[in-house]
Structures are given as structure tokens and as C-alpha cells.
Design a protein around this ligand. Structure first.
Ligand code: SF4
Length: 248
């Protein structure tokens, strides 16, 4: 077994090119020691990965970040998924005191007033809980696709994240959205009802809107911000970079 995480990530990245998403997850589990965490937002891509993990009993923890501002439809698909597979999707929540301070300082919907306030909110509701979700993990699985945004085009199947000290793995990187939708249809995978209403990328309710025909996939997220690289900070190197606008 390869011990050096950089080398292991490079090996996985090369091997994944010719494997199916299921084989990628199985190979990851075979080759990486310790805890592997898959963080799901319960969107279309993540539901495919959850299906592959649960239906094939792959030992990967499925974890979601409940920001407290999710759509009711997102909680529905969360419950339906647990009922279908008989398995728990583990949840991480914002720290109560940090959340109380945030609301006190910038108001309940402060994210609409300034980008810095939005980053503060994502920091408290997503970034800090993500850190706890990944604590002690050797690898982190995500449902990112390369064609979702410019920012995601340059990503690899597997790479070593020096700051988080783990291997980040994107098993669906080369899949088109349509293929994932067909897979979910064919396998009866529960999906968020909002997808059928024009919501492609679904996050927190106040920060997500349906797309108009022809709009890019992530245009419905933080649409009031004039920025072409919008991310919440989960998939950028660190919050400093986010604050400087380099990663969003
Ligand atoms: S997406 Fe919006 S509501 Fe959710 S954490 Fe970020 S700023 Fe807050």
C-alpha cells in the first residue's frame, strides 16, 4: 500500500481515468487507510454517489452540512434517502454561539448587504462545520463535476490538499449532468423536487434561485453578486483566499 499521500493521490488520479464511478469509490476504499468522508448537499450528483456508497456498502461516511437555511425539499430528499437505504446521513451544524453572534452583528439575512457578510455567513454555517466533518479523515469525496463552472474545470480526480491534510476525490469529475440524471432515474434514486423546477445547483434557500433557459449552471447561486467564480468556500483553498475574491 502506498503511504505517501501525494503519491497516492497521483496514482488514484491516473487510475480513475479508466474506471467507472463505482470502481473509483471501491478503489479509493481499497487504497486509502482510515476514515473517508463524503460530504453531500443532497443534489443530483451527490445523490448518485450516496446511492453507490449505500447500495454497495462501501465504508465511506456520508455527511451533510445543515446550515439551517435549506429548502424544505432538501430535507424531504434527505429523509427519503435514509428511508430507502436504511442508513444514516450524518449531519454537522453551525456552532450555536458563533451563529448567534453572526445574526447579532449582520442581521438574519445579512448576506444580501455585502459580500463580506455573505462570506461570514458561509464561514459560520458551512466552512467551520466542514472542518469538523473532515476531522481525522484521510480522504474527502465530493460530487463536483468539471463542467459546472470555470473554477472546477481545472480540478483533478484526486489531489492532495495540503491545508486539510487529506486526499480530495471527485469521482464524477468527467460525467455530464444528463448521464447522472439518467443513472438516478434508472436506479430509483431519490432526487430533490426543485431540480424539476429549474434549480440545478441547490444550496441555501435565500441564496439559490431557479435558472432561466441558457443560464450557466451556477448562475442561480448568490446571483446578486457580480462575480463569475461564485463558490461558498468549501472547494477553494482557504477562507483568506475566498475573502480576497480569488476563489469565488
Ligand atoms: S449560502 Fe447563503 S445562507 Fe447559506 S451559508 Fe452561505 S450566505 Fe449563509
Amino acid at each position: 500500500m502506498i503511504q505517501d499521500p501525494n503519491l497516492l493521490a497521483e496514482t488514484l488520479d491516473a487510475e480513475f481515468a479508466v474506471l467507472s464511478p463505482l470502481e473509483r469509490l471501491q478503489t479509493l476504499r481499497d487504497k486509502v487507510k482510515g476514515r473517508i468522508v463524503f460530504t453531500t448537499s443532497l443534489g443530483l450528483e451527490d445523490q448518485m454517489l450516496t446511492h453507490l456508497i449505500f447500495a454497495n456498502n462501501i465504508k465511506i461516511d456520508v455527511v451533510t452540512l445543515d446550515t439551517g437555511r435549506l429548502f424544505p425539499e432538501t430535507y424531504d430528499v434527505w429523509r427519503e434517502t435514509e428511508e430507502k437505504y436504511g442508513k444514516r446521513i450524518h449531519a454537522k451544524y453551525p456552532q450555536a454561539e458563533a451563529l448567534e453572534n453572526l445574526i447579532e452583528e449582520q442581521g438574519i439575512d445579512g448576506f444580501y448587504y455585502a459580500k463580506e457578510f455573505r462570506l461570514n455567513c458561509c464561514g459560520v454555517r458551512k466552512i467551520e462545520p466542514l472542518g469538523r466533518a473532515l476531522e481525522g479523515a484521510s480522504a474527502w469525496v465530493t460530487g463536483l463535476r468539471g463542467d459546472q463552472s470555470q473554477n472546477r474545470l481545472g480540478m483533478a480526480f484526486a489531489s492532495y490538499e495540503t491545508q486539510k491534510k487529506l486526499i480530495k476525490v471527485n469521482p464524477l469529475l468527467d460525467l455530464a449532468r444528463e448521464r447522472i440524471a439518467h443513472f438516478n432515474d434508472d436506479h430509483g434514486v431519490p432526487i430533490n423536487a426543485l431540480h424539476a423546477k429549474g434549480f440545478l445547483s441547490i444550496g441555501c434557500a435565500p441564496c439559490t434561485r431557479a435558472l432561466q433557459p441558457g443560464e450557466p449552471e451556477r448562475a442561480g447561486r448568490w446571483w446578486w453578486e457580480d462575480d463569475t467564480k461564485r463558490e461558498c468556500g468549501l472547494h477553494v483553498p482557504d477562507r483568506t483566499t475566498v475573502a480576497e475574491g480569488a476563489g469565488i
